[in-house]
Design a protein around this ligand. Structure first.
Ligand code: PAF
Length: 279
């Protein structure tokens, strides 16, 4: 497995693979890899000849008071995991290699990004779509794999790929959870074991919402109210609970069974967590 940091070298490697007719898959990550990321690498492996995992803590998707500085960075441990899962390349550039000093161009999706996480993290998705475009331009993947825990992020990337006629197929991968139900996230590291146990109330609240729907309730306000009630405790501050279209992540006015999603974001103590469930 190669570790490449220079965009120029990455471009040359991809060009040489393409010249040999090889299909390239990209798994974009910010590192601190857990089993969720590893499942994305496995899916990439099944869909391409060459698997590139990018590891880049992207400064432009963090707000001024967010956790950019404390975000876990552990390239050595990540490299071992990538190797075990048969990745071919880790692309791990520095911020200066990705963003030139006077870079002034951003990619902005302007509809889906206004909702859910976009409301409380105003420039977050602009940072995501910009860096994903840069990564696509450097790695030139045929396919790219994203996890459905960040369902809104995947919807935005699919929209960007469609709108900008990008030649890359987006694969959605299912959420991977702890046995307790807690969705895997690099930010789970910020929590103690006790907090992680407590944070399982997020999954339980989503399941309660789904069970209500399974009994025949379709009123969106009732579904949201139940999820908010179930998740709330002294440690949990709800950022949003919304019922959205499962594919686009846009708000809906009527439930479409099997094609709707309850999306949630909370502060659990000092940690911002998101999760979702198809209903
Ligand atoms: O989901 C993430 O880890 C990041 O948002 C991504 C897609 C790697 C872009 O920095």
């Amino acid at each position: 497995m190669k570790i490449i940091s220079s965009p120029k070298e990455m471009k040359e490697f991809s060009a040489s693979m393409k010249a040999e007719g090889k299909k390239i898959a990209l798994v974009p990550t910010m590192g601190a890899l857990h089993n969720g990321h590893l499942s994305l690498i496995d899916i990439a492996r099944q869909n391409a000849d060459i698997v590139v995992v990018s590891i880049f803590v992207n400064p432009t998707q963090f707000g001024p008071n967010e956790d950019y500085d404390k975000y876990p960075r552990q390239l050595q441990a990540d490299a071992e995991k990538c190797e075990e899962h048969n990745a071919d390349v880790i692309f791990a550039p520095t911020p200066d290699e990705i963003y030139l000093k006077d870079a002034s161009t951003f990619v902005n999706e302007e509809q889906i990004s206004q909702h859910l996480c976009g409301k409380s993290r105003p420039k977050h998705f602009r940072g995501v779509t910009t860096v994903v475009t840069i990564l696509f331009n450097i790695v030139k993947p045929d396919v790219a794999v994203f996890g459905e825990k960040d369902a809104q992020q995947v919807s935005i990337i699919e929209r960007m790929v469609r709108d900008l006629f990008m030649d890359v197929q987006i694969i959605r991968a299912p959420i991977i959870r702890e046995e307790s139900g807690l969705a895997l996230s690099s930010r789970n590291k910020y929590m103690t074991k006790m907090e992680q146990d407590g944070a399982t109330r997020i999954r339980k609240a989503l399941l309660a919402g789904k069970e209500l729907v399974d009994t025949g309730v379709t009123n969106l306000d009732r579904i949201k109210a139940l999820v908010i009630h179930k998740v709330t405790d002294a440690k949990t501050r709800v950022i949003y609970v919304e019922v959205v279209d499962a594919k686009t992540s846009l708000p809906i006015s009527e439930l479409n069974i099997g094609k709707s999603r309850i999306s949630i974001a909370v502060w659990y103590g000092e940690t911002r967590l998101i999760d979702n469930i198809i209903i």
